[in-house]
Design a binder for this molecule. Structure first.
Ligand code: COA
Length: 241
């Protein structure tokens, strides 16, 4: 059984204490099902997801539009949708609605006291935010829950990962998503470009280590309750020093 079908009921999840989902900083909430929230929830990180709909492109604010001047509508729609989600989360952190532009690398620019991350495909948009005082950085990724192409497996997984994960293409997809979330977590801190081979993922400890020795914690879950496409979502973070 692949992780995608077994994940909801792993012993790890059952052993985790029941959290008070009513407090804004203790869990993911809102559109998320509680089952999904349980899998991704990390106290202090707010996570939210939205199905992308026509018209979301109009949510991009003037300060944000510059970065999308050459983008097609599909891209602007996804980036608008994810900012709808992110702005709602910022409000829950006590921030007024604000623009979330991109820097030259493409990384989102957050209010000074916030760390956050965005991800989307053509169907879903997910955002995560936290207070900078509580996390050095966070990253999020969303991927369609489909097997990774066989020929990509040796490019994405290290030798050690292939020894533990085997050649299971669904687990390989999970590792791919984890590495993307890890990159989004570390890049804003050190501005170092990472190849897949620069990140070593341990699914047991749920810690990934980069070639420059950054340790990144992660969790993952399925978005199967909000859409029929079984998206996989990974949340990564680096705690304060
Ligand atoms: C950053 C990156 C991983 C995003 O992946 P993607 O599949 O293109 O898109 P996603 O939907 O997952 O994420 C898009 C969001 O990532 C964010 N992002 C882009 N570049 C980023 C960076 N350098 N650091 C942090 N976040 C970044 C943006 O917020 C973007 O959303 P926006 O365009 O609406 O602002 C990818 O563009 C990239 O640069 N990859 C090179 C590094 C890499 O993947 N190495 C292998 C894994 S270690």
């Amino acid at each position: 059984m692949s992780v995608f079908s077994s994940r909801r009921h792993t012993s790890v999840d059952r052993e985790r204490p029941v959290r008070d989902h009513s407090t804004e900083e203790s869990s993911a909430a809102g559109h998320l099902s509680w089952r999904y929230a349980d899998q991704l929830a990390e106290p202090g990180i707010l996570v939210e997801v939205k199905l992308i709909t026509p018209g979301d492109e109009s949510a991009l604010l003037p300060e944000e539009l510059t970065a999308f001047s050459k983008s097609v509508e599909r891209v602007r729609r996804a980036s608008g949708a994810v900012r709808v989600v992110a702005r709602a989360l910022l409000t829950r952190l006590g921030h007024p609605e604000c623009a979330i532009p991109k820097d030259q690398s493409g990384a989102p620019i957050w209010p000074y006291d916030v760390v956050g991350s965005l991800a989307h495909d053509s169907r879903v948009a997910v955002a995560a935010v936290a207070r900078r005082s509580a996390f050095r950085s966070i990253g999020i990724d969303v991927e369609i829950g489909q097997p990774l192409d066989d020929e990509l497996i040796p490019m994405v997984l290290t030798r050690r990962e292939r020894e533990t994960v085997g050649e299971d293409p669904m687990l390989a997809r999970l590792v791919f998503a984890i590495k993307e979330a890890v990159y989004k977590t570390t890049y804003p801190l050190d501005r170092i470009f990472l190849e897949h081979s620069d990140v070593e993922v341990d699914l047991t400890t749920r810690i990934a280590v980069t070639r420059n020795d950054m340790s990144v914690c992660f969790r993952y879950g399925l978005l199967s309750d909000i859409n029929p496409h079984r998206h996989l979502c990974v949340l990564a973070w680096i705690p304060p020093i």
